[in-house]
Unconditional design. Structure first.
Length: 70
C-alpha cells in the first residue's frame, strides 16, 4: 500500500514538473521494492545452506544475482 499511497499523493500535485519528478522517484522505489501488479502469484520454496546470503525483496522475489556465499 505504500507504493499505492504515493501514487494517490501524486494525483494531487498540480505542478507538472514536480509531479513528473515524483513519478521518477516512485518508479525507482517500486523497482527497488519489487512492486508488481498481482496478476499471477506463485509459491516459492527455498532450501538453502546457512552460509548462503541473498536479498529477499518485499514481493517475495529472490534473485540469483543477489546470492553469495559467506
Amino acid at each position: 500500500m505504500d507504493v499505492g499511497q504515493k501514487v494517490i499523493d501524486l494525483f494531487e500535485i498540480a505542478d507538472y514538473k514536480k509531479r513528473i519528478e515524483g513519478y521518477r522517484v516512485l518508479n525507482k522505489t517500486a523497482v527497488e521494492a519489487g512492486a508488481t501488479i498481482p496478476l499471477l502469484q506463485s509459491v516459492i520454496t527455498v532450501v538453502r545452506k546457512k552460509n548462503l546470503n541473498y536479498a529477499k525483496y518485499e514481493n517475495g522475489w529472490i534473485l540469483a544475482s543477489t546470492m553469495d556465499w559467506s
